[in-house]
Design a protein around this ligand. Structure first.
Ligand code: FES
Length: 132
């Protein structure tokens, strides 16, 4: 039912843990299944220098978090923002359809962490006209 990649990331999740004094943190939960995940990011020069996560959830949620952390590391913030739940599922060689919401959780948590960083640093506001 699960691909080998999903099983691998579930059994040996990458980047588990917390970043001390992170630049951004994002937590999302799914009220239906009760699963929760938190992403921590370290930003350097507009790039994700480090990404870690803690997931209290099902096997698919853990595999998704692990895969997203690998996909996001080294990317610019804009690139990381555009990682979709579909991208993650594709990288994992697919997820069962009743587990697609698990991948939503991962993409959302990473985006929240980036939004948190941008809100704290005001870097999401650059495009606002300053004249009037
Ligand atoms: Fe809810 Fe997987 S069952 S995140």
């Amino acid at each position: 039912m699960y691909s080998e990649k999903v099983m691998d990331h579930f059994m040996n999740p990458r980047n588990v843990g917390e970043i001390k004094d992170p630049d951004g943190v994002g937590t999302v939960g799914n009220p239906v299944c009760g699963d929760m995940m938190t992403f921590f990011i370290r930003v350097n020069d507009d790039k994700l220098e480090d990404v870690k996560f803690k997931t209290f959830g099902c096997g698919a949620a853990i595999a998704v978090s692990s895969m997203i952390s690998e996909m996001a590391k080294g990317k610019t913030l804009d690139e990381a923002m555009s990682i979709s739940n579909k991208d993650v599922a594709t990288e994992l060689d697919g997820l069962p359809s009743n587990k697609m919401h698990c991948s939503n959780l991962g993409a959302d948590a990473l985006q929240k962490a980036i939004e948190d960083y941008r809100a704290k640093t005001g870097t999401g506001e650059e495009e606002k006209p300053s004249g009037k």
